[in-house]
Design a protein around this ligand. Structure first.
Ligand SMILES: Cc1ncc(COP(=O)(O)O)c(C=O)c1O
Length: 392
């Protein structure tokens, strides 16, 4: 009796892994978890205090569907200072996490059968969100040799008369790749020539090492009109559970998304929104402290991988993930359908260490490791990974 739509939706691999890890931990097993996609830091104190203050001041009633005005104004200031983008508060829609922002966008722009280009490897939820909102995901397999960056020719080849939008994730989950300005411009020019909406997922914007970040909407007036900038506080302010994300877009789209959201959920929790206002205005130092720690971990991991010759990596310039090439293990393993699932199952069962199979991100010859965890866990986990490769 379930809808036809649901039959094409794949259950989340990442949720599947964390459920398995929880089960094993419950049984008393000592699991090293390198699969988690959220910061291992607590939300900074000043943000927590802002939420408590909001409760005490009774800021707990319904508010504007697009989000608390003061927060939207603060986001406009942030976008001007950090990204050189001019937006008015009525172009901002605050939602329950970037995940919800993306769903709002897709509901606002897609008609049944519209195609959405998704460069692979991609963030797990994009294809399912597209399918659930009536669209058709069209994948482009980006190459390891290009650091998984979409190439202009690959994009041109994928565009059809039905193409409505494209996802660009910068920095990328799962690869940690960061596009430079010139690379982005080539992609944006093609999207502009073909009138394609650009869903620019900038949620890892602040977690970047030695590279300059460019917001896609900043390229030109036409790019600004076609781009929906997606961002949020989950990663930069370590606020995953507070569920605050936002979009910046042209006014027509913002109004449409505000209306959709108004009918479906009204708006995200006002308490979280007042906390988010503090995060947008006063979190830069805490974020940069976290970034320093991520960088130390990344550099250590690069060294540790030198001792695992059967696996190879690309140095990530942002986010907190390594996408690990496991293709050299292929010939030593007996598996049916998926190499990455086999490797992750083995690692969990035999070595008690959790990674996410690349198949979840559209590339079965890789596994994803998160370094949003302690140095101790990282060392233990990579030691287990090394032992596993040596056992084959
Ligand atoms: C690339 C990317 N976009 C969006 C999200 C969703 O974040 P949020 O917690 O704001 O919904 C994530 C979370 O893992 C992500 O990795």
């Amino acid at each position: 009796m379930l809808s036809k739509k649901l039959s094409s939706v794949t259950p989340s691999f990442t949720v599947g892994i964390s459920t398995k890890v929880k089960e094993l931990k419950k049984q008393g097993q000592d699991i090293t978890n390198l699969s988690i996609g959220e910061p291992d830091f607590f939300t900074p104190e000043n943000i927590k205090e802002a939420a408590i203050e909001a409760i005490q001041n009774n800021l707990t009633k319904y508010d504007a569907a697009s989000g608390v005005l003061e927060l939207r104004q603060a986001i406009c200031k942030k976008l001007k200072i950090d990204n050189n983008l001019d937006y008015e508060a009525n172009q901002i829609v605050v939602s329950s996490g970037a995940k919800h922002s993306i769903t709002n966008i897709l509901m606002a722009v897609l008609d049944p059968g519209d195609e959405v280009i998704i460069p692979a490897p991609y963030w797990v939820s994009y294809p399912e969100m597209v399918k659930l909102t009536g669209g058709v995901p069209v994948f482009i397999d980006t190459k390891k040799g290009n650091s998984f960056k979409l190439q202009p020719e690959e994009l041109k080849d994928a565009i059809t008369k039905n193409t409505k939008a494209i996802f660009i994730t910068n920095p990328s989950n799962p690869t940690g790749t960061v596009y430079n300005k010139e690379e982005l411009k080539m992609i944006v020019d093609i999207c502009v020539q073909n009138d394609i909406y650009i869903l620019s997922d900038e949620i890892y914007e602040k977690i970047i090492f030695d590279k300059e970040f460019t917001s896609i909407a900043s390229f030109s007036k036409k790019a600004y009109d076609l781009t929906i900038t997606i961002n949020g506080l989950s990663k930069s302010a370590s606020m995953t559970g507070w569920r605050i994300g936002y979009t910046a877009s042209n006014l027509e789209l913002a109004k449409a998304m505000g209306s959709i959201q108004g009918h479906l959920v009204s708006h995200p929790s006002t308490i979280s929104q007042w906390a988010a206002l503090e995060a947008v205005e006063n979190c830069e130092e805490a974020t940069q402290d976290m970034v320093k720690i991520y960088r130390t971990r990344r550099d250590l991991i690069i060294e540790l991988f030198k001792e695992i010759p059967k696996l190879s990596i690309i140095k990530p310039d942002g986010a907190f993930y390594f996408f690990i090439d496991i293709s050299q293990l292929k010939d030593s393993l007996d598996y049916k359908d998926s190499l990455s699932l086999k490797v992750c199952d083995d690692l969990l069962e035999k070595q008690k260490v959790a990674f996410v199979p690349g198949i979840a991100f559209g590339n079965d010859e890789f596994i994803r490791m998160s370094y949003a965890t302690s140095l101790e866990n990282i060392k233990t986990g990579l030691d287990k990974l090394k032992k596993y490769t040596e056992s084959l």
